[in-house]
Design a binder for this molecule. Structure first.
Ligand code: KG4
Ligand code: ZN
Length: 334
């Protein structure tokens, strides 16, 4: 990144193929794939940006939260590069990356509300000023992306579940199955998705879908057209209904929280922010604050979002020492 606004290059080493046959991320595999990819991916990013390590003003790296084996690979490599070339190191929180990806090159007004919905998180943060956050609410059980992935696995739709269910849902009736919103006591800004996941499980168990599920499982990386052929309309309607409630939950709770805190903007990031249904649903809401999404390709994990968040810290001279630790559970704010 140049000046935190201009994207010079982006290289993403996806390891989805390595994990797909296990139906989710396998931690040991993930670390090994990171080791395998990191040297080449950094070199490629530098080459595409037409720059050299020596010319960098800082290196931003995720130090948490996440799988500690994967974090360690990135962090150790970044530290080594910084040490060898005398470059400042900036540790970045994964969720700050997702938040900042929504406002690359945009000056927003504060306070703002940020919704991060990914495979591991569904959190609301109040953004008090640039780079300063307060936890407003969070999921009490599954993350939104996790619900997608579990429902997908249950129905033999593969991993990750979000993009596939999003595509299938576009062919279904979102009001066919009336899933109910969870009743949560306490913090109005909290979420819960495990009840919905269980409702999908019960719905599936009540039908004779075994053969269709097995048929879908046998396909290697099926196209949406293939999946549509292998899936009955009732199931597609159910998936559309599932997605409808996930979106309702995310937007209702985020919208009400934004109003409560007097937010002047709503930022929506994380893998689930790639969801087409979610983006459409936002357009239909008549909120009196603007909503910002990352470009779809910066919604799911990528290096650009870490560089952008790194720039925010760089401006504030919040550098990290070479003793920075990788933390599996690193809070962004309390
Ligand atoms: O942010 P991300 O790439 O990785 C984590 O930090 O977890 O998010 C990945 C999650 C997965 O659960 C995936 O199923 C979900 O984001 N996801 C989606 C879509 N694309 C990815 N969920 C709903 N709709 C999508 N289009
Ligand atoms: Zn993420």
């Amino acid at each position: 990144m140049e000046d935190g606004t201009k994207i010079l290059s982006s290289s993403v080493a996806s390891q989805l193929d390595a994990h797909r046959k296990y139906g989710g991320v396998v931690p040991e595999l993930a670390s090994r794939e990171h080791v395998r990819a990191i040297v080449a991916i950094v070199r490629e990013a530098l080459e595409m940006a037409n720059t050299r390590l020596e010319d960098l003003d800082a290196i931003a790296v995720t130090n948490g939260p996440g799988l500690v084996g994967s974090l360690l690979v990135g962090l150790t490599y970044a530290k080594a590069l910084c040490f060898a070339h005398n470059i400042p190191l900036i540790g970045v929180h994964h969720l700050e990356g997702h938040i900042q990806a929504a406002i690359i090159g945009i000056d927003i007004e504060y306070p703002a509300l940020a919704l991060v919905a990914s495979g591991g998180h569904t959190h609301l943060f109040e953004c008090l000023s640039e780079g300063k956050y307060r936890l407003e609410g969070r999921t009490r059980d599954d993350a939104a992306g996790e619900a997608y992935d579990k429902v997908s696995k249950l129905l033999g739709l593969g991993y990750p579940g979000g993009p596939v269910i999003d595509a299938l849902a576009a062919h279904g009736n979102p009001r066919a199955v009336r899933f109910t919103s969870p009743k949560l006591k306490g913090n109005l800004s909290d979420f819960s998705f495990s009840g919905l996941k269980t409702a999908v499980l019960r719905w599936t168990e009540a039908r004779d879908l075994g053969a269709a599920i097995e048929a879908r499982k046998r396909c290697h990386k099926p196209s949406i057209e293939q999946l549509l052929e292998l899936t009955d309309q009732e199931t597609i309607d159910m998936l559309a209904s599932f997605q409808w409630l996930v979106i309702e939950e995310l937007l209702n709770r985020a919208g009400r929280a934004a109003t409560r805190i007097g937010a002047k903007a709503l930022l929506i990031g994380g893998g689930v922010a790639a969801n087409r249904g979610l983006r459409e649903a936002v357009k239909a809401r008549r909120w009196d604050f603007p909503v910002y999404f990352p470009e779809t390709k910066w919604s799911t994990d990528n290096g650009v979002m870490i560089a952008v968040a790194g720039y925010v810290r760089w401006k504030q001279k919040r550098f990290s020492g070479l003793d920075l630790k990788a933390q599996a559970n690193l809070p962004l704010a309390q």
